[in-house]
Design a protein around this ligand. Structure first.
Ligand code: ZN
Ligand code: ZN
Length: 364
């Protein structure tokens, strides 16, 4: 019975999402959008598959195409949507409305030309709808973050000299799955000692040593939703330069978090953290953006980065209920690095922190 209720709730939520998308189509000289991005199809219909497309018309009616492997699930999950069983999912939908626009960023050039090569192209329409999350989505990201926090607490207790980066990564991943994750949200990063200067270091056979800073960047995937957290810990008492670096990144991360609010521009939030790092003389050592949106994808709009185009007014400011990460880092080649990352969500009264692990420097 509970299942039936939650199915009904989800059906209504998916219908609302298609209505928000249909409203965006109105001004675009298109009668329908042919959605072929797999994550976008899932978002609009509830069907997770490797071969499905959905045509959403300007009147918010929809037709979903998928092949025989998913058709039965689709008929069960996608109430309120016409379902057609076809292997050529895009081709079978392209003629089912007048002027059909395509997702240029999710369609191969081969498919585009096969469909005639003259359909209107869009980019990022469904992604724009996905930016602001409903509470059901936020609850799933919160659950993913809880698993991430608990896995960290369990595994950090096992860190000691001699344990390799790879063992730490596998330990985090194993624990997340035991705690209910589908799988890791992305390839876990464990970077120890000098490897810490590589922001996306792939875990190696290097054993942890006394005097290392160890950066762990990982997260759980739960019901399709991602968590993303980074913590840097010290193996043994840190040197003064290590503690200074940590305190700087921690202060920058706090400033970034405090700048996350509805109405803030993505540049403003980035600058709130970056300015502190630049003032400390480490601007060059913080090469990436401050953070990114999180949801059905690990990296999605909005991007909190100075590189985001100023002219993109539509997306330049944060709204209420946008989950983002705040993850400043300082990377010193040959020496090591520090990154601290949380997943949080914008709220009118101040951001809600979803990853709750302490940001005190843990000395193990
Ligand atoms: Zn991360
Ligand atoms: Zn991240």
């Amino acid at each position: 019975m509970k299942m039936v209720n939650s199915m009904r709730v989800m059906t209504a939520i998916h219908a609302q999402r298609r209505e928000r998308l249909a409203a965006l189509l109105a001004g675009r000289e298109a009668d329908a959008l042919l959605v072929t991005g797999g994550v976008n199809v899932r978002y609009l219909t509830g069907l997770a598959s490797s071969n499905a497309a959905v045509l959403v018309r300007a009147d918010a009616t929809a037709t979903l195409a998928t092949d025989c492997r998913y058709a039965e699930t689709a008929r069960r999950v996608c109430a309120g949507i016409e379902v057609t069983e076809e292997r050529d999912v895009a081709g079978s939908l392209a003629s089912r409305a007048g002027r059909v626009a395509v997702e240029a960023h999710h369609m191969s050039a081969a498919d585009y030309f096969r469909l005639g090569g003259d359909l209107p192209r869009t980019s990022g329409l469904v992604e724009a709808v996905r930016r602001v999350k409903d509470e059901e989505e936020i609850a799933l990201i919160r659950a993913a973050c809880e698993i991430t926090d608990r896995a960290f607490a369990d595994v950090v207790a096992t860190l000691r000299p001699g344990v390799t980066e790879r063992e730490v990564a596998r330990g985090l991943e194993r624990r997340m799955i035991e705690l209910g994750a589908e799988k890791p949200a992305f390839d876990s990063i464990v970077a120890s000692g000098p490897n810490g200067s590589i922001p996306h270091h792939s875990p190696s056979g290097r054993p942890l040593e006394r005097g290392d800073l160890v950066t762990m960047d990982f997260g759980a995937l739960y019901e399709g939703y991602h968590a993303d957290m980074t913590r840097t810990v010290a193996i043994g008492e840190p040197a003064s330069w290590q503690r200074e670096l940590y305190d700087l990144v921690r202060a920058a991360q706090r400033a970034g978090r405090h700048a996350v609010r509805p109405g803030a521009s993505v540049h403003e939030v980035d600058a709130a953290a970056r300015d502190l790092i630049v003032e400390a003389g480490h601007g060059e050592a913080f090469g990436h953006g401050l953070g990114h949106g999180v949801g059905l994808e690990i990296h999605e709009v909005p991007f909190l980065s100075p590189a985001e185009p100023e002219s993109d007014h539509e997306h330049a400011r944060l709204e209420d209920r946008v989950p983002v990460t705040v993850e400043p880092g300082v990377y010193l080649p040959g020496r090591g690095g520090v990154r601290i990352e949380d997943t949080l969500v914008t709220r009118d009264g101040g951001p809600e922190l979803l990853t709750r692990t302490t940001k005190e420097l843990l000395v193990l």
